[in-house]
Design a protein around this ligand. Structure first.
Ligand code: 7XF
Length: 391
């Protein structure tokens, strides 16, 4: 199985040994009988493999973890009830008071808010290195560097190989949030990044019907994240949700190709429209990091497009967004259905005005998650919304 499309279907899954069921069964149980006291004791001592309790591990969830580990080229993975639970577990499982976490932004507003909140409460210094550059922000206390493979919402990139090399030389653990790209477009571990995380709620699930997160990497780094996040915080993914992600990932490469095709068409249309001031899409020649995107992304430039209108007050943006018919106004992304949102008042309303300004999250910024509908229909919807509005 060398091709991602094949691995997306088969990795982590095989027909059920007792019934032959091809779809991985939903193992809906809290505990697993261990037979004898001696075997129970051996299981809890970690001396024999096996399931004990679904907060620690569950077969449906384990199949999903194996599939995602395979797609990201990781030794192992651990699934969580949300991307946010994955983020919190990474910090709580790997950092301690006195440590520093450096991030290159912008980040999803909820991630930045969570990192800062945990940092403040638990004595971890959280440093935004976006303006200064990574090298200038690293100190002997830095233990973790955090990046998004495509930033939410302005679609900037970081050179992952550079980030990884700089951190690795100092023994610092790197984390890449690969939610926007998925392993179809970017595989951070191949660039030298230590841990990859996802909000599976987005492209991995793909149908807007399940919330989940995952962390993948080497056993030694994932084990403490699993122990803290599942065993102690109890942020485990439910087996029914794991089933939905297993099913969703089977079509991930096909869906990503459609998202990329639609997003490029939408970005090109917006770029030539007189009401639009700027379009952020890494597949456009005008994107300031187009060359890096060509080098770092494989098979497409993703399904997210952001743009600013010529007039940037909130009422002007509302006039356009409220006219959209095919795009649903909602947060989240990566669904089959196209979505449109205004980050300043939604996804990034959690962070300070100063952080929003620094990240380019202006009042006039619109974020589109381009679904898998026909690109012509999506462009027509945007055209009617923009044409009916005088800049
Ligand atoms: O806890 P979640 O599964 O919602 O995932 C959190 C998360 C982590 N990383 C990235 C890059 C994300 O975009 C998210 C969630 N973002 C949604 C959005 O931007 O629309 C959240 C809606 S408030």
């Amino acid at each position: 199985m060398t091709h991602l499309r094949t691995r997306a279907v088969h990795a982590g899954q095989q027909p059920d040994p007792t019934t032959g069921a091809i779809a991985t069964p939903i193992t809906q149980t809290t505990a697993f009988g261990y037979g004898t006291l001696e075997r129970g004791a051996a299981l809890f001592a970690g001396e024999v493999p096996g399931y004990r309790y679904s907060r620690f591990a569950n077969p449906t969830v384990a199949a999903l973890e194996a599939k995602l580990a395979d797609l990201e080229g990781a030794q192992t993975a651990v699934a969580f009830a949300s991307g946010t639970a994955a983020t919190a577990s990474l910090v709580l499982g790997l950092l301690r008071p006195g440590d520093e976490l450096v991030f290159l932004g912008p980040l999803y507003g909820g991630t930045e808010g969570l990192l800062r909140n945990l940092g403040e409460r638990w004595g971890i210094r959280v440093v935004d290195a976006t303006a200064t550059g990574l090298e200038a922000s690293l100190t002997p206390a830095t233990r973790m560097v955090w990046v998004e493979t495509l930033t939410n919402p302005t679609l900037r990139l970081h050179d992952l190989a550079d980030v990884a090399a700089m951190a690795r030389a100092r023994g610092i653990t790197t984390v890449a949030d690969n939610t926007f790209c998925t392993p179809c477009l970017v595989r951070p571990l191949e660039c030298g990044i230590d841990l990859v995380m996802h909000s599976m709620t987005k492209y991995l699930g793909g149908h807007g019907d399940a919330t989940g997160g995952i962390v993948a990497g080497a056993d030694a780094l994932v084990a403490p994240v699993r122990k803290t996040g599942l065993g102690q915080v109890g942020g485990n993914l439910a087996p029914q949700e794991a089933f939905l992600f297993l099913r969703g990932i089977k079509t991930l490469p096909l869906r990503m190709a459609a998202h990329c095709e639609g997003a490029l068409a939408v970005a090109r249309f917006l770029q030539q429209h007189p009401a639009v001031r700027v379009v952020h899409y890494p597949g456009l020649e005008s994107h300031p990091q187009h060359a890096l995107a060509q080098r770092q992304m494989q098979g497409g430039f993703g399904g997210m497009v952001a743009f600013e209108l010529q007039r940037c007050e909130r009422s002007a943006v509302a006039a356009v967004l409220n006219r959209l018919a095919l795009f649903t106004q909602a947060v989240s992304l990566g669904d089959t259905d196209s979505l449109a949102c205004h980050p300043a008042s939604t996804t990034h309303s959690f962070v300070s005005q100063q952080a929003r300004d620094a990240a380019g999250v202006t009042e006039g910024l619109v974020r589109l998650s381009v679904g898998i509908e026909h690109p012509d229909d999506l462009v027509a919807d945007l055209a009617q919304a923009l044409d009916g509005w005088a800049p």
